[in-house]
Design a protein around this ligand. Sequence first.
Ligand code: ATP
Ligand code: MG
Length: 367
Amino acid sequence: MAGTRSLLLLPGDGIGPEVMRQVRRYIDWMARKRGIEFTVEEGLVGGAAIDAQGVPLTDATLEKAKAADAVLFGAVGGPKWDGLGFDMRPEAGLLRLRKELDLFANLRPAKVFDALVDASSLKPDIVRGLDVMIVRELTGGIYFGEPRGIEDLGNGQRRGVNTQVYTTAEIHRVARIAFELARKRGNKVCSVEKGNVMESGLLWRQEVTALHRAEYGDVELSHMLADACSMQLVRNPGQFDVIVTDNLFGDMLSDEAAMLTGSIGMLPSASLGAPDADGRRRALYEPVHGSAPDIAGRDMANPIAMLLSLGMALRWSFDLHAEADMLEQAVQNVLRTGMRTSDIMQPGMARCSTSVMADTILRELDK
Ligand code: ATP
Ligand code: MG
């Protein structure tokens, strides 16, 4: 229906429901104070779905995810469900969602909030003001390429095989997302591969260059080898705006970039699919952290990664940039007052719970 905005919330397990509860409060706040309404549905995924419905994701929930403008996902898994078969693990629910929604681009911002520069693994001078977006190809490359497997060579030797494969279409669709993101940010894309030793990397560089020349000449494009990029990320991360890379290198570089920011409890992510006939992209937003069974049920989790995941949804699925900015600003202001959940605790700061952190952010929004 035109004019309505729909969200499917999938809280999942562990701290997932605890941080998702705080997201609902911001959604309510937007309706109350900004007149921005969402149609919100909620579903089960992961261990919660296994317990109640027998599978980590039902077909009915999957259909709701396909129908929604955006899915907000908490986290899945925990010791209770360890040891189940491959397709019956809580994580299989998320993998099925990614596959069925064809979410081929994973966006991981690494942003350093001023108040937390000392929490970084690097010196404050290097990370102050850092705001990098890593766009990782998520459905192709060496994790999925054929042939793959472990062969018995018969002489006491075995051979393990994986194959890196990329096509023009796969490279273009993820590069397109990177160029479009760059236009809304610092207008710079760095494309990362190992074209000096890998054919798929060479194709990657050629195709990104061709797409750039044809359609995105206004964006500044550079190329970097993956090993050089991993060095540059810790030497001078401020040089980057948007980095676009394949599945394997993106897996590593996005974790490396995450460590520049301090805490996993602060980091949102988005996974995007292809646009449909109306130009609407399938999208799933989730914190980078997992279900954190060690702190679940104790009102200790940092809700900021989940709240900022909603912020990304507001920006990329709903074009609600003002509301996303307000949320980020409120987080920034509350951190400046010294309020800290235990994961970002620093000497001299005030420790608070999940709910108090969210209360304070909501109060800040009312100012
Ligand atoms: P998964 O496999 O689901 O990614 P994991 O064990 O790799 O799980 P997390 O569940 O993210 O990773 O937990 C890693 C550590 O970070 C744990 O000690 C956890 O308590 C902590 N942690 C994760 N998320 C948060 C959060 N939002 N607030 C505070 N601490 C967190
Ligand atoms: Mg993990």
